[in-house]
Design a protein around this ligand. Structure first.
Ligand code: PDD
Length: 276
């Protein structure tokens, strides 16, 4: 598949990165994962807003402006020959002799374009299992940082337990998934963790908030506990890659009837109307 690195379009399996690339040596950068549906990027401006916010938060001087990034994304999309794809975009502090201090060099921009791999239809139909895991991340989770070690360790632990996602818990409260935001439904209201430095402000979360408004479903941003989640009417998670995914089991305990609920279904159907 096709990729991009600092001005050049390449094959994604071609070696392109010098050893002293700071993304490689320090994880010194930020990223975005974006979805293209039928040739149309979904909420691209919101993703780019978040990219610039992440870059600013780590003092990374991303010179490429929005139009130039959009142009590269669209060129990459054309070269990929795909219409339904995922674009991964990564910006790092560049290529320089290894030193913790900020280098004086241009930032690196890389992208890949890959066909979108739908989550198994069975998962969406029957809902998925999740496990609880301590949130061992840093205090700046609103930054979409390349440093994902706690996320991948928790996700792998979930996978090894046959779970789709690990739900992270900090100070007794649910924060988010390793790569998703988390919601519960109780008495007709949607509850989700408030935006703060403890979670990533998900773009799909933004879409869900908007859709909930359109469907007149109360959208409450408040903390909840794993116990609240177990007693919920419904639980679901959202992300660019899983969209809206119903959760039916937490650590082997069933939520409600153990089946996906009507609120997640209604949100998902409305989301589909936004992207067609
Ligand atoms: N992850 N929370 C975390 C920690 C995430 O990494 C993600 C996305 C989300 C959901 O955000 P959005 O709706 O904007 O995709 C929440 C991407 C998909 C990834 O790392 O692959």
């Amino acid at each position: 598949s096709v990729a991009y690195f600092n001005g050049n379009f390449i094959e994604s399996d071609e070696p392109a990165l010098p050893i002293e690339e700071r993304g490689h040596q320090f994880g010194d950068g930020v990223y975005e994962v974006m979805r293209i549906y039928n040739g149309v990027p979904f909420m691209l401006d919101e993703h780019l807003d978040r990219l610039y916010q992440s870059a600013t938060a780590i003092k990374l001087p991303l010179q490429q402006d929005r139009e130039s990034l959009k142009h590269t994304i669209s060129e990459l999309m054309d070269k990929s020959g795909l219409t339904n794809l995922v674009i991964y975009l990564q910006v790092t502090r560049g290529i320089a002799s290894r030193d913790h201090l900020f280098p004086d060099c241009p930032v690196s921009v890389s992208m890949t374009a890959k066909p979108f791999r739908e989550p198994p239809a069975e998962a969406r139909e029957n809902g998925v299992s999740v496990m609880l895991h301590p949130d061992e991340r840093w205090e700046n989770c609103y930054i979409k940082s390349l440093n994902l070690l706690p996320n991948i360790l928790a996700k792998q632990a979930a996978y090894e337990k046959g779970c789709f996602e690990a739900i992270l818990v900090r100070d007794g409260k649910v924060t988010e998934g390793t790569s998703s935001n988390v919601y519960m439904v109780k008495d007709g209201s949607i509850l989700t963790t408030p935006l703060s430095n403890r979670i990533l402000p998900g773009i799909t979360r933004m879409a869900v908030k908007q859709i909930a408004g359109e469907l007149h479903i109360p959208f409450v941003e408040a903390y909840f506990t794993p116990e609240d989640m177990l007693r919920a009417d419904e639980v679901f998670i959202t992300s660019t890659t899983s969209e809206i995914m119903p959760v039916v089991r937490i650590n082997d305990e069933e939520i409600n009837s153990g089946e996906p609920g009507p609120v997640a279904r209604a949100l998902y159907e409305q989301l589909k109307t936004m992207i067609q």
